[in-house]
Write a protein that binds this ligand. Structure first.
Ligand code: 5AD
Ligand code: SF4
Length: 525
């Protein structure tokens, strides 16, 4: 079986309808045709597999294929002429960036973007599966879209992103939301033109979710959100298999892009005038491990720092793979910003062990020490989960003390949410919700206090701000971020949007800074 046949056999379903004649009310007819159980047995007769730790682990040995030949078939290039698309994005930066790729594909098919569901001919929900509440939001939104579909049967509603990689989600949509036209997975984005064609002209829901991984498609079009900051994928997937996390199943195995492809993309962005890039991956510190060359994130950053783009960030880091070479390169500074997002998840070595994080509290603190030694001004932020199964009061207190010891200036904090198919979901979720909530509140109060204290240090100081646009609250105020990712609001001419300017801080709040533009700096820019 060649690679292509293997891929085809791993699809849940790939409709082969190529009938190009539209039929009136075809989507509503479709609902009457098959019962939900019939639909499920129809779609799940092939090799789709729900999350399976043992099998997923063995995938690491599979080869990665890189494709440079993405193309939109000629007959699909005008399909969207006079039509509009809307993509709702949930979750992380990876999803945001996937949305930019889907927008690129749709634009190349003739569609224009819209913000209004009433104007849209195609609505895609790019979903997140990381916690149950993220999924609930999406199901709520799917419900809200139903009346639109009843009014306009030609509207195409699609669900994609991480949730669509989960069998239980696909089952639920098939059973409860049969008006959805299209479900496709995170490995199927490049197939969008074909899938839309099938959804338009076929009579049944189109479901294509490849559980395969191993491919990188290099030349996908993108419509980036803005001209100031850009995401650049450096790798896909995750092989860490933290016991609570669904990502290694929804995003597949670690696949690094070739350095030359990444560098070319960054150079191109620099030439287009972008001021900031963020290198993206679920576990960027594992960058290069799967390549056939001896090359890691430190090497990549060392090359990117020579490119004429003012600001370079990267996310997300895993403490386990954060090596000395990377620290050495980051310490060179320049366009490499010294803000490091370093998820710790817990301050207890025992909890970290059951989370399969593969480092201890002491290892983490030692890494922080090394980072601080090399970059004394580095800002550290983190992710923390509270209420993991069996987490004792004492273990939670260790998280609190670690937060203080490191002095995180901000943190994303979460209540543990069991994810079907992950190892932790088999353990009793035995911390009562009131206890989880109380722990979260205490943790948040501490993080807020530390953030406010860190902000106080900026009083009277002058910082460099990349001006992103008008503030969300007040169109007369501009806002942007400092090198250490602090949001600054200040008054100034709209002409400086997209520039890096100096702002003197006049007032500090818990999460934001207010300031005044340093006029001389504008002339320089
Ligand atoms: N429950 C709660 N939080 C989770 N995260 C990942 N999986 C879960 C889960 N099952 C958090 C981790 C991760 C961030 C992106 O989301 O803190 O770093
Ligand atoms: Fe999930 Fe991050 Fe752990 Fe990977 S490293 S399994 S993405 S928490």
């Amino acid at each position: 079986m060649n690679e292509k046949q293997r891929l085809e056999s791993q699809q849940i379903k790939q409709s082969d309808s190529t009938d190009v004649k539209s039929e009136p009310n075809r989507n509503l007819d479709r609902l009457k045709k098959l019962s939900s159980d019939e639909l499920i047995s129809k779609y799940f007769q092939t090799t789709y597999e729900p999350p399976n730790l043992k099998k997923a682990r063995s995938r690491r040995k599979k080869d990665v294929d890189i494709h440079y030949d993405f193309d939109i078939p000629l007959e699909m290039r005008a399909v969207g002429k006079g039509k509009k698309f809307l993509i709702r994005t949930y979750g992380c930066q990876m999803n945001e960036h996937d949305t930019e790729v889907m927008a690129g594909i749709l634009t190349n098919m003739g569609y224009q973007s819209t913000d209004s569901t009433d104007d849209a001919d195609i609505i895609l929900l790019n979903t997140c599966a990381i916690r149950e509440n993220a999924e609930n939001k999406v199901f709520g939104e799917i419900g809200h879209l139903k009346p639109l579909k009843t009014e306009n049967p030609d509207l195409i509603i699609g669900v994609c992103g991480c949730m669509s990689q989960e069998e239980s989600v696909v089952n639920r949509i098939l059973k409860k939301h049969p008006f959805v036209d299209l479900i496709f997975g995170t490995h199927n984005i490049h197939r969008l033109p074909k899938l839309i064609n099938e959804a338009m002209f076929g009579k049944e829901m189109v479901v294509e979710v490849w559980s395969k991984e191993g491919d990188i498609i290099e030349n996908l079009p993108k419509v980036r959100n803005g001209k100031i900051k850009a995401w650049v994928n450096i790798m896909y997937g995750c092989d860490k298999f933290c016991t609570y996390c669904i990502v290694p199943y929804t995003r597949g195995k670690e696949r690094s892009r070739r350095p030359e492809d990444i560098i070319q993309e960054v150079r191109h962005l620099a030439a287009q005038g972008y001021k900031e890039i963020t290198l993206l991956g679920q576990n960027v510190n594992a960058y290069g491990k799967d390549l056939d060359i001896d090359y890691g994130l430190g090497d990549l950053m060392d090359e990117i720092r020579k490119i004429d783009i003012p600001r370079v960030r990267f996310t997300t880091s895993h403490p386990r793979d954060f090596d000395d070479h990377l620290i050495e390169v980051l310490a060179k500074g320049g366009n490499l910003l010294d803000h490091i997002h370093l998820p710790v998840q817990s301050g207890s070595s025992e909890v970290l062990r059951v989370m399969a994080r593969r480092y201890t509290r002491e290892d983490y603190l030692e890494l922080v020490r090394k980072i601080r030694e090399a970059m004394p001004n580095a800002t550290l932020t983190t992710d923390i989960i509270v209420g993991f199964p069996n987490e004792t009061d004492e273990q939670f207190e260790q998280t609190m003390s670690l937060v203080e010891e490191v002095g995180f200036e901000s943190a994303y904090t979460f209540i543990y949410s069991p994810r079907e198919g992950t190892p932790a979901a088999k353990w009793e979720d035995n911390i009562p919700m009131e206890v989880k909530k109380e722990r979260l509140q205490r943790l948040n109060a501490l993080v807020n206090k530390q953030s406010a204290e860190a902000m106080k240090h900026y009083e009277g100081k002058t910082v460099k701000v990349l001006v992103e646009g008008e503030s969300k609250k007040d169109p007369d105020v501009l806002s942007g971020y400092t090198e250490r990712n602090k949001l600054v609001n200040f008054k100034g001419p709209k002409s400086i949007i997209g520039e890096i300017v100096e702002v003197k801080i006049t007032n500090t709040k818990t999460w934001t800074l207010d300031g005044e533009l340093v006029e001389s700096a504008v002339e320089v820019n």
